[in-house]
Design a protein around this ligand. Structure first.
Ligand code: FAD
Length: 385
């Protein structure tokens, strides 16, 4: 019997899982029929949205047609948006009115951004978390003449743990070319004690670098509302800005609304999943190795974790279908590459499989590292052209 495997999303998680399945044992290939459903025609490398906003890459360099993934890895492709799941009947419903049946489902829909939860954020701030957002931010950066730039992180968890710490360095570099007196502030809802807990040794290394660069931290500040050129905090304090860049709050995808069993019990802002096979705890034929589920197993929202999770989930499916079990289900160490503007850092996450949990440390600092990061992302997209 052929198993119908349906992938929601044509992003990083799906590409990695599909590739892993197609690299699996030859006897697997007759047993699976793969279908990807993606809401638009593009596979993006989201970290490159930041490089695009800063004017360092073109639109063509950060995206490739999802159809190329389908062609290369022998999958069917549906361009449509998933609006509901029925896990009992094993069917997903789309905006275009389709019902797609599956035997196995992979949820790879990334995260849903919810900037509306902070009044004024969308109206007055800019972000580079979507291509549309990055286009507006690129324009705002072009118009920027000088003054205080604020990078605001209004909520935990957020997409890509290192991003705001990297971006403040890149923004300072950018802003000082226009205004030698420009200031850059990093404003976070979490305080420095929480930063230490989250980032462990790397916090000390970020902090040292940022102090040297003159980046100002305002941590533990809950935002009440954003006004034109001013942030109002819940404690009554205000902060003026010339340019506001923000990290959007995240919420579970709309298609799980009405299905509480898809929400993480310990964190209602994210999807449920389990470690180390990234299956739904109740529906063992549903895998959830995507951004929106990483905090449910104590990992940060980041592509490096999604990459490892998608491989672990694909390996679990291979084991279900042909009995070949991968010897390593999830790596002991995961490496990240960070770009701070003037320099880069090689950050390693030491994985504790028992809890699960992770501890970060930065093992190397060099300008070369930021170019490794850019080369990796550009190569990822180029390989799909
Ligand atoms: C600015 C920025 C910087 C980042 N920096 C880093 C970094 O330095 N290191 C790192 O490891 N990670 C980084 N990330 C995070 C990384 O991009 C994600 O972890 C990774 O893309 C997650 O893969 P995914 O497949 O879960 O989601 P995505 O790659 O976002 O793919 C989700 C796909 O699902 C589709 N989709 C969504 N909803 C639906 C629906 N209802 N129906 C159909 N299709 C749908 C989307 O169109 C998209 O194609 C960064 C992200 C951003 C935005």
């Amino acid at each position: 019997m052929t198993a119908r495997v349906l992938f929601i999303g044509g992003g990083v998680s799906t590409l990695v899982a599909v590739k892993r399945l197609r690299e699996g044992p030859p006897e697997l290939q007759d047993k699976i029929k793969l279908t990807i459903i993606n809401k638009d025609e593009w596979h993006y490398m989201p970290p490159l949205f930041a490089d695009f906003a800063l004017g360092e890459v073109t639109e063509d360099q950060l995206k490739a047609p999802v159809a190329n993934i389908a062609k290369r890895y022998g999958t069917d492709l549906v361009i449509d948006e998933v609006v509901d799941i029925d896990p009992q009947k094993q069917v997903v419903k789309t905006k275009g009115g389709k019902s797609l049946e599956y035997d196995y489902l992979f949820i790879g829909s990334g995260v849903r951004y919810a900037p509306e939860v902070v009044p004024g954020l969308e109206r007055y701030g800019y972000h580079n978390y979507t291509l549309e957002g990055a286009k507006k931010m690129r324009e705002a950066l072009k118009q920027y003449k000088g003054g205080r730039v604020v990078m605001l992180v209004p909520e935990l968890p957020f997409r890509c743990g290192c991003y705001p710490f990297e971006m403040v360095g890149r923004l300072l570099y950018f802003a000082r070319r226009k205004d030698p007196k420009a200031e850059v502030y990093l404003v976070t809802s979490f305080d420095e004690k929480q930063m230490k807990q989250m980032f462990k040794d790397v916090y000390r290394q970020f902090r040292k670098l940022h102090r040297k660069m003159g980046i100002v931290y305002k941590a533990g500040k809950e935002v009440k509302e954003v006004k034109e050129k001013q942030i109002v905090f819940k404690d009554g304090e205000t902060l003026d800005y010339s340019l506001l860049i923000y990290v959007p709050p995240v919420r579970p995808p709309k298609f799980v609304e009405g299905h509480p069993e898809f929400i993480c019990p310990n964190n209602k802002k994210v999807l449920v999943t389990t470690f180390p096979e990234f299956r739904h705890p109740k529906y063992s034929n549903i895998f959830i190795p995507t951004d929106a589920a990483m905090p449910c197993v104590n990992f940060p929202i980041a592509g490096i974790f999604v990459h490892a999770a998608a491989i672990a989930a694909a390996d679990a499916l291979i084991s279900d279908l042909v009995g070949v079990r991968a010897t390593v289900t999830f790596p002991d160490e995961i490496m990240a590459v960070a770009d701070f503007g003037p320099t880069g850092m090689l950050v390693t996450f030491d994985i504790d499989h028992e809890k699960p949990a992770q501890k970060m440390y930065a093992s190397q600092q060099s300008p070369m590292i930021k170019f490794m990061k850019l080369a990796f992302y550009l190569g990822w997209i180029d390989a799909l052209k």
